[in-house]
Design a protein. Structure first.
Length: 138
């Protein structure tokens, strides 16, 4: 298995990486009606200068880049986010709108391999807070 840092480096070297602050996340099936895959899928999430999150699809087994499955999520309609621990190493993030729509993804944290993701996710959350997106407690 490639390390998360190697995955993002490969995207950078091949000039596939859009945006800044790459974080490796796993988007999970959900009923939120924003985006829901049929099964959990790995992505490299970045933030673009126009305050959109860009998701670069990475295959679950070989970590190959699958550009046809990339998507963007505008933060303009997001009003809040929650962080819910799933276990000792995984947090589930839920981004929600005022209309009751939401989007969920899981993030591995607190390991040597996830250091870059941990740091960059804090920067993305800082941008979201500056936009007025609040963290709600679970």
């Amino acid at each position: 298995m490639k390390k998360y840092k190697d995955i993002t480096l490969q995207l950078r070297v091949n000039r596939f990486l859009h945006g800044e602050k790459p974080c490796v996340v796993k988007v999970i099936p959900n009923e939120g009606k924003i985006f829901s895959p049929k099964k959990p899928q790995k992505f490299v999430m970045t933030i673009l200068k126009d305050n959109k999150l860009y998701f670069h699809r990475i295959s679950n087994i070989f970590n190959d880049y699958l550009p046809a499955e990339d998507f963007r999520l505008s933060l303009d309609k997001i009003k809040a986010y929650t962080i819910e621990p799933q276990n000792k190493l995984i947090n589930r993030y839920t981004l929600s709108t005022n209309e009751g729509l939401y989007f969920q993804f899981d993030v591995v944290h607190g390991t040597k391999e996830s250091y870059e993701t941990d740091h960059n996710l804090e920067s993305i959350k800082s941008v979201m807070r500056s936009m007025g997106i609040k963290e709600e407690k679970v």
